[in-house]
Every structure is written in structure tokens, then in C-alpha cells.
Ligand binder design. Structure first.
Ligand code: SF4
Ligand code: FES
Length: 210
């Protein structure tokens, strides 16, 4: 469960299970994101500055609610960014495995995380090698670029992604535009980031929907 850190203008929520220790928070606002026991002190900076850092947190470990009740709005374009030798970084109106809507998440694509579907940095120890780039596929512009994006971890195989989404390389270059796609989460596809059925020969085992 996320912990709440209440300030006058903003309450910061922190879910440690999602944090991938990119340290953008502690480097960006060290007086707010501290190494102390109460480690988030929202009133040590302006609410605007805290919001800016929250939006940079790739994993969605940091979220917030303003005193007015307002929270982060989904972006105008749903994106899945493929990180070099690393996970999938999602930004959108996300529903992950039937959970509550969130706007940011970092999902395992090496197959090694013990916190699936979330990344736990196991790709580093596992020396996962996978390009964050690839040739763009031919695709039509999406009629709508946002809206709910459902991600379902399928048992022993890929992520099923349903909704409007742009898949982009680590550099930001567009790879594909889809309304439904299967993305590799076993780490073995020869057509990454897409699933090509290699999970079967690899004997990939992971909980998920049938
Ligand atoms: S993932 Fe988010 S909470 Fe974790 S260190 Fe990075 S910015 Fe901070
Ligand atoms: S999940 Fe990796 S190839 Fe299908």
C-alpha cells in the first residue's frame, strides 16, 4: 500500500514496490525527498516543484493529490517507451491487470523481475541485452491518441495491450501506433518489443490471465 505524506498544499503518495531507484526525486528536490525517517517532506518546496518531480518519476512510485482534490491528469498521448537493455516505460491512462487507473508505470520486459508486472531492476543483474531502438513499422495515425489503455499480463506469455498507444524507442522515435498489440515480457522474442511466440520454447512461467 502507498504511504501518504501530507503537506499544506499537496499530499504525496509513495508506493515503494514500484520504485526503480532512478533517483530523479532525491536529486531533483533533496530537501523534500530526503534520506531521513520521514523521507518525504512536501512543505520543503512549492507544490508546483513537487508536482514537477512527481511527473518525472517514471515508475509511478510517486503520485500526489492537491489540497483541492485535484490529481495528475493522463497525458494527451498514451506512450510505451522501450528502454535500452531495460523495461517498458508507460505513460497514459493506464489500467494494469485490472487495477485502478494510473498514469505512469515501468513494466518488466526481461522476464526476471520478482515484482511482475513491475520492473525491479533485475535486468541489471541478469545482464539483459535488448535494443531500445528498431526500425519503425508502417502504421496509420491514430484517430484518438489517448483514452483508457488496458495492459493484461497473460499467463506464461506476453502483455496484451488494448487501447490507443504509440510505441516509441528510447530515443523517442516512433516505432508503431496500435489499438491492440502483444508485447514481449519473457525477454526472448526475436522481434522485440513485440511478442513472437518465443515464450513457449523458452518455457517462460509467470502468473497472469489465461
Ligand atoms: S522511481 Fe520515482 S520514487 Fe523511485 S527513485 Fe525514481 S523518481 Fe524517485
Ligand atoms: S512474451 Fe516474449 S515472445 Fe511472447
Amino acid at each position: 500500500m502507498p504511504h501518504d505524506y501530507k503537506g499544506e498544499q499537496i499530499t504525496v503518495h509513495f508506493d515503494g514496490r514500484k520504485c526503480i531507484h532512478s533517483r530523479l526525486c532525491v536529486l531533483g528536490l533533496p530537501h523534500v525527498f530526503t534520506s531521513e525517517k520521514i523521507w518525504i517532506k512536501p512543505d520543503e518546496a512549492s507544490a508546483e516543484a513537487v508536482v514537477e518531480i512527481a511527473h518525472k518519476c517514471p515508475s509511478g512510485a510517486i503520485t500526489y493529490t492537491m489540497a483541492s482534490g485535484e490529481a495528475e491528469a493522463p497525458p494527451v498521448v498514451n506512450t510505451i517507451r522501450v528502454r535500452e537493455n531495460g523495461p517498458l516505460e508507460l505513460h497514459g491512462d493506464l489500467r494494469i491487470d485490472g487495477g485502478d487507473p494510473v498514469t505512469r508505470a515501468v513494466l518488466c520486459r526481461c522476464g526476471l523481475s520478482k515484482r511482475k508486472p513491475f520492473c525491479d531492476n533485475a535486468h541489471i543483474k541478469g545482464e539483459f541485452v535488448a535494443s531500445g531502438e528498431r526500425e519503425p513499422k508502417e502504421s496509420e495515425p491514430l484517430e484518438t491518441r489517448n483514452g483508457p489503455l488496458e495492459i493484461t499480463s497473460r499467463k506464461n506469455r506476453s502483455y496484451k495491450v488494448e487501447g490507443n498507444v504509440e510505441i516509441i524507442a528510447g530515443s523517442g522515435r516512433q516505432i508503431d501506433r496500435r489499438t491492440m498489440v502483444g508485447l514481449c515480457r519473457c525477454g526472448k522474442s526475436k522481434n522485440k518489443p513485440f511478442c513472437d511466440g518465443s515464450h513457449k520454447a523458452a518455457g517462460f512461467e509467470a502468473d497472469g490471465a489465461e
